[in-house]
Design a protein around this ligand. Structure first.
Ligand SMILES: [Zn+2]
Length: 291
């Protein structure tokens, strides 16, 4: 009996530490790179993550390829941002004929408004990213009940890292003199960062990169930089840099570098993960706004 019990414990240990075989992994499709990273952190080796809009891609103006319909058809779960970010998704879902459940990662987040539209860039506040992770964790557990324990442990570990990140951002912003917490970015992607951490962002483009800034908008921004003495302007990895460079040249505001708004970079870039994206942005901001 004792020997049997020993054997049983050994078997259970072996099962617990055996890596999940690739064919047992759950296929999850994430609409864009930032979500994909959050899913990987929670899913670990229980999931295969496929990302539709990859590194340095612009999720606002994406045109799905035929391969995307196949990716979605194979998915057991589809993770999207919602709040109007993925306007191209309904047609893609229709052509894929997918029955996979869809989880909206922003579920439960009170959206900021920009005019009559919801601002979709909720991930720019780390507190919101924690809500994304909770939603993703619940959806993954529902899709893979056998992995519940591992998935919940992964989520807890990642949430602890996000708590530390949030503290890091608050400490960094506290070191910027209050009068200098103002920047220009290309499109209105940092409303949640502004609301959470108290840095003011002004953008010539609206909430989507789809629009183009008018001459009047640009003249207004240039006037604002001068009267408000805004210290720095920032480029984005997904937007045309010419507009910001022109504004910098006309006003003498410093180009503070690149902010990563809607997309991660590739492995070798400055922002290959969500945590590195937030760290890069806050470092660029504090560097440009310090005296
Ligand atoms: Zn955007």
């Amino acid at each position: 009996m004792l020997r049997f019990r020993f054997w049983l414990i050994c078997m259970m240990l072996a099962m617990a530490i055996a890596p999940v075989r690739a064919q047992q992994r759950v296929n999850v499709v994430a609409s864009f790179s930032i979500l994909g990273d959050l899913v990987k952190n929670v899913g670990g080796d229980r999931v295969n993550v496929t990302i539709l809009v990859g590194p340095d891609g612009d999720v606002h103006v994406y045109t799905p390829a035929p391969a995307d319909a196949r990716k979605i058809a194979d998915a057991k779960l589809l993770v999207i941002n919602g709040l109007g970010l993925e306007g191209w998704l309904p047609r893609l879902l229709q052509s894929a004929g997918s029955k996979a459940p869809i989880v909206t990662a922003t579920k439960g987040i009170a959206p900021l408004k920009l005019g009559s539209n919801a601002d979709p860039h909720a991930w720019q506040s780390v507190a919101n990213a924690k809500i994304y992770v909770a939603n993703i964790s619940d959806a993954l557990v529902a899709a893979d009940p056998a992995g519940a324990e591992v998935l919940r442990a992964n989520a807890q570990a990642y949430l602890a890292k996000l708590d530390a990140l949030d503290r890091e951002v608050r400490e960094a912003v506290a070191n910027i003199p209050p009068g200098r917490r103002k920047v220009i970015s290309t499109h209105d992607a940092f409303g949640y960062l502004a609301a959470a951490y108290g840095i003011e962002f002004i953008a010539p483009l609206g909430v989507s990169t789809e629009s183009e800034a008018s001459a009047r908008d640009i003249a207004g921004i240039i006037r604002e930089i001068r009267t408000e003495k805004i210290p720095a302007v920032f480029l984005e990895n997904i937007s045309d840099p010419r507009l910001i460079r022109r504004i910098a040249a006309e006003t003498g505001a410093r180009v503070g570098g690149t902010l990563y708004s809607d997309s991660l970079t590739g492995e070798k870039g400055d922002a290959p993960t969500y945590i590195e994206l937030v760290r890069h942005n806050i470092k660029a901001l504090t560097g440009a706004l310090a005296d």
